[in-house]
Write a protein that binds this ligand. Structure first.
Ligand SMILES: Nc1ncnc2c1ncn2[C@@H]1O[C@H](COP(=O)(O)OP(=O)(O)OP(=O)(O)O)[C@@H](O)[C@H]1O
Length: 240
C-alpha cells in the first residue's frame, strides 16, 4: 500500500501485518516497503504501534500474521534467530547494555549473523569515543555512549537492515547530531535503516521518507523533500 516500490529492490516488504500481545490486537494490517539503502522513519503518537512494528519484524511479539519479506524471503513464520541471520539488526529503545560488562565485552556480545560486519577498527572510526572507553564498565557510560555502543555492536554482526527504536531519546543535541552523522555514513555505505523516532527534526535530518502510524496502521507517507510543505498535516497527526 501507499507508494509501492519495485518488489525486487525492496529490502523489506510488509503486507497486511497484524500483531498481538496476548489477546491485545495491536497492529491492524500494516503495509509498507523499504528499499535497499533507504532510511525510513515511523512517526506517530505514543502507543500508535511503532515499536510493535519493529518487534513484529523480529518475531518478538506474541503472534503475527500477514507477510514480512526480507531480501525477498518470507519470514512471518520464522523465529527471531533465523530472521537475524538474514542480516537484520535490532537496536531496542532500552539499548540493552550490560552494566557489569566492559565496553569491549558488550561490543563483542552479539553473535555474527552474516559475514561482512564492521571490524573493531571500522567501528572505532565511526565511534571514536568507544575506543577510549573500551575497558569502562557499561554502568559508567553516558546515555550517548550507551546508544553508540548499542548501535556499534549491531554493526559488528553483519546486519545490513537496521531497525532502530528512538535512538535519540534523552540525548544532548550534540550527541543527536553525531548519531545523525553516523546514520548518514551508514546510508552511504549501503545500509538500510528503519527508524522509530519522535524527534521530528532529527528524522528530517536523516530520512528519505516518513510513514505515519496511527492505531496500528500506516495512514500516510511523506517524502522528506516534501516534509516542510506537509508540516501542518504532520503536526495534526502527531498532536504537536
Ligand atoms: N508487551 C506488551 N503487552 C501488551 N501490550 C503492549 C505491550 N507492548 C506494547 N503494548 C501496547 O501496544 C500498543 C502499541 O505500543 P507501541 O510500543 O508499539 O507504541 P509506540 O507507537 O512505539 O509508542 P511509544 O512511543 O509509546 O512506545 C500500546 O497500546 C501499548 O500499550
Amino acid at each position: 500500500m501507499l507508494e509501492r516500490v519495485n518488489a525486487a529492490k525492496a529490502e523489506l516488504a510488509i503486507e497486511d501485518l497484524h500483531a498481538w500481545y496476548g489477546e491485545s490486537h495491536i497492529l491492524h494490517g500494516v503495509g509498507f516497503e523499504v528499499r535497499e539503502g533507504e532510511v525510513l522513519t515511523l512517526l506517530g503518537r505514543n502507543g500508535a504501534g511503532k515499536t510493535t512494528t519493529l518487534r513484529s519484524i523480529m518475531a518478538m511479539v506474541g503472534r503475527r500474521t500477514g507477510s514480512i519479506r526480507i531480501g525477498g524471503v518470507e519470514t512471518v513464520a520464522l523465529p527471531s534467530r533465523r530472521i537475524a541471520r538474514l542480516g537484520v539488526g535490532y537496536v531496542p529503545e532500552e539499548r540493552g547494555i550490560y552494566a557489569s560488562l566492559s565496553v569491549k565485552e558488550n561490543l563483542h556480545l552479539p553473535p555474527e549473523v552474516r559475514p561482512g560486519g564492521l571490524t573493531d577498527d571500522q567501528i572505532f572510526e565511526l565511534f571514536p569515543n568507544l575506543k577510549e572507553r573500551l575497558s569502562s564498565q557499561g554502568s559508567k557510560l553516558s546515555g550517548g555512549e550507551q546508544q553508540m555502543l548499542a548501535l556499534a555492536r549491531i554493526l559488528r554482526t553483519g546486519a545490513k537492515l537496521l531497525l532502530c527504536d528512538e535512538l535519540t531519546e534523552g540525548l544532548a543535541p550534540v550527541i543527536v547530531q553525531q548519531i545523525g552523522a553516523t546514520l548518514r555514513t551508514l546510508k552511504d555505505r549501503g545500509f538500510t535503516v528503519l527508524l522509530v523516532e519522535s524527534n521530528f527534526r532529527f528524522a528530517q535530518s536523516v530520512a528519505d521518507r516518513h510513514l505515519i502510524v496511527e492505531q496500528g496502521r500506516i495512514v500516510d507517507a511523506v517524502l522528506n523533500d516534501e516534509l516542510e510543505a506537509n508540516l501542518p498535516k504532520l503536526n495534526r497527526y502527531l498532536g504537536v
